[in-house]
Design a protein around this ligand. Sequence first.
Ligand SMILES: Nc1ncnc2c1ncn2[C@@H]1O[C@H](COP(=O)(O)OP(=O)(O)O)[C@@H](O)[C@H]1O
Ligand SMILES: CC(=O)N[C@@H](CCC(=O)OP(=O)(O)O)C(=O)O
Length: 259
Amino acid sequence: MKISVIKVGGNVINDEVALSFFLEQFSQLEGAKVLVHGGGKLATAMAQRLGIEPKMVDGRRITDADTLEVVTMVYGGLVNKRIVAQLQAKGTNAIGLTGADANIIEADKRTGWEIDFGFVGDVRKANAGPIANLAKEGITPVIAPLTHDKKGQLLNTNADTMAQAVAVALGQAGHEVSLRYCFEKAGVLLDINDDNSLVEELDPQKFEQFKAEGVVADGMLPKLKNAFDAIEASVKEVWLGKVEGLLANTPKGTKIIGE
Ligand SMILES: Nc1ncnc2c1ncn2[C@@H]1O[C@H](COP(=O)(O)OP(=O)(O)O)[C@@H](O)[C@H]1O
Ligand SMILES: CC(=O)N[C@@H](CCC(=O)OP(=O)(O)O)C(=O)O
């Protein structure tokens, strides 16, 4: 089966108008589809409202026990269910899940780093079966960035990586997968403030060059690592860009080219 795996990030989710536009475009996307969402910005805001100071190191969240409670409520509850309700209103029969539901994603608590990230999961294995079965029934899975370790522990997990793992598992199960990372820029840009400086195709050599020159930085580094991991595995096509470009019939954004 042909299936689209779409990731939407925190900047779109945090903007009511942008989120509604995204969900409209997503609803209109033809064929089987899966949505993986983030929500890091809202988790930061909610933690602050609860008097829990967010702790980030190099843009990565340290997830202590209190923060795990916040992200579980925000990602698995508020964001996930809001998206599901809005999709239902737009005629898409969505079901909200985390990586723990139907054992979609198993993870291990991150170890071996210099700093202790707390309850953060590194994906061990994604199981495509339940996702493909739902999609075949015409039900659209909406997946929140939480996983479990099969020992009862929930773990906060990067949404870009979750999207990659789901796409790769579906590809390995024989499906024709298109993975698209929607965020607030036109794609990978030569000048981050100029949407006209779009890099239309990115291969591993150019990626290495851009890293060395500092053209790509911050959240774009792990996003691109996931994008290349997907194309090198079993995913047919990987794109990054703005909602209006990526969810059009002919996608416009940055296309990832494998080795
Ligand atoms: N060359 C680049 N082109 C586009 N965005 C870039 C580039 N370098 C760094 N970025 C940053 O990467 C961000 C996207 O990553 P991230 O914040 O993790 O997005 P999301 O939360 O949607 O997953 C952009 O908002 C932008 O600030
Ligand atoms: C471990 C880890 O990185 N968890 C992320 C999960 C949310 C996420 O990835 O959200 P965006 O896609 O909106 O950035 C976090 O808590 O920020």
